[in-house]
Design a protein around this ligand. Structure first.
Ligand SMILES: *Cc1c(COP(=O)(O)O)cnc(C)c1O
Length: 400
């Protein structure tokens, strides 16, 4: 086993060596601009991009023309939310989303709110589940967009997208999903789900950073998006800027691999996650698991180590990479908005750690993690017990 151990696969993933191999020729040999229509360098680059577009589209059962390449899920989400808001403002100014969304969604709608849009942020239950009837009830005649994430990046909960999409369709409202944590990990089929727009990213599925995609349904309804990046009119005029050819080739390869291996991988990853969950329960005791017991991502485990501060734990277990709260908001001491939304107390949110098992995780690494966290929690509890009165089941906070 090599250390440090990486268990933070919701933040990003290692690029699969097979993806790196596929990308390499596009840095040196085939370095052309995919928009150069007058020579072989450009044609080669364009052919590679179109092959990748096909592979990316196939993974989610879309057609190539429905894929817009971007710099990542953040950009896809911004293009969707701001693009729909700008384009459909004359029809209405109401947008619906959910409290547990990624900051790319929440910060985009907050900005629109400051510009006069009316934003509804729906609650979730204590497992992070949003109810499709709640969505249905929130839709008004002036609603122009509903955005609900497919799988949560902190607690793994998978939303009932099909039901939600049906509610939106019945009322002629566009439906977008942030499927960044879902694509490549669980089956995603835009036809079965019935979504209009879907955002995802290569680096969450063993591809490179800095490349993502937006699925935009071609017809019924035909969707107009106001561009957010203007220029040469690349990507059917929706997203100008020279294409990241090696990145896109890597994204295509990552999708290709996911399509072939996802089924077996999900079973293996879930079994490692279960090994971690059961090991922590047995070895550590007095732990709580956040999220949904069944409707969850295979590799996700979000744990509250009762009575122990997560940042203290992480200082004790330096050679295992995990995260507290969400990586995007870590660095700030604010408790995770996702945990607060599912009703976790502020002090318990500070005791939570997110583990993300992935393609390259081994059983040996899981055993080591159980051992290391077991020992660290025991020591921390002992230490706080000495200076304060720790009682199992109760949470201490701001002890020292
Ligand atoms: C990582 C992530 C994003 C942002 O993706 P980038 O490609 O890093 O911009 C958005 N939503 C979710 C759910 C994520 O996990």
């Amino acid at each position: 086993m090599t250390k440090p151990v990486y268990l933070d696969n919701h933040s990003t993933t290692q690029v699969d060596p097979r993806v790196v191999q596929a990308m390499l020729p596009y840095f040196t040999q085939h370095f052309g601009n995919a928009a150069s229509k007058q020579h072989l360098f450009g044609w080669n680059a364009e052919a590679a991009v179109e092959k990748a577009r096909h592979d990316v589209a196939s993974l989610i059962n879309a057609s190539s023309e429905e894929i817009v390449f971007t710099s990542g899920a953040t950009e896809s989400i911004n293009l969707t939310i701001k693009g729909v808001a700008d384009e459909y403002r004359s029809r209405g100014n109401h947008i619906i989303t959910v409290a547990t969304e990624h900051s790319a969604v929440l910060d985009s709608v907050r900005k629109l709110e400051r510009q006069g849009f009316d934003i509804t942020i729906l609650p979730v239950d204590n497992r992070g589940m949003v109810d499709s009837q709640t969505v249905k009830a929130a839709i008004r005649t002036d609603t122009i967009l509903v955005s609900v994430m497919m799988a949560n990046n902190e607690i793994g909960t998978i939303a009932p997208l099909k039901e939600i999409a049906a509610c939106c369709k019945a009322q002629d409202v566009l439906f977008h999903t942030d499927a960044t944590q879902a694509v490549g990990r669980i089956p995603v089929d835009v036809c079965i789900l019935g979504v209009d727009l879907l955002s995802f990213s290569a680096h969450k599925m063993y591809g490179p950073k800095g490349v993502g995609a937006l699925f935009v349904r071609l017809s019924k309804p035909s969707i107009r998006l106001a561009t957010q990046l203007d220029g040469g009119g690349h990507e059917r005029g929706l997203r100008s800027g020279t294409l990241n050819v090696p990145g896109i080739v890597g994204f295509g390869k990552a999708c290709d691999l996911a399509g072939m291996e996802m089924k077996e991988e999900a079973i293996r990853v879930a079994s490692l996650r279960n090994q971690l969950r059961d090991g922590l329960s047995d070895r550590v005791g007095d732990v709580w698991f956040n999220g949904h017991p069944e409707q969850t991502l295979p590799g996700n485990l979000n744990v509250i180590f009762s009575g122990v501060r997560a940042d203290k734990l992480m200082m004790c277990v330096k050679d295992i990479a995990v995260s507290t709260g969400s990586a995007c908001s870590s660095g700030s001491p604010e408790p995770s908005h996702v945990l607060l939304a599912i009703g976790v107390e502020k002090q318990d949110a500070g005791s939570s750690i997110r583990f993300g098992v992935g393609r390259f995780t081994t059983s040996e690494e899981i055993e080591y993690t159980i051992e290391q966290f077991g020992e660290a929690v025991r020591l921390e509890r002992e230490r706080t017990l000495n200076s304060y009165h720790y009682q199992p089941g109760k949470t201490l906070h701001e002890t020292n």
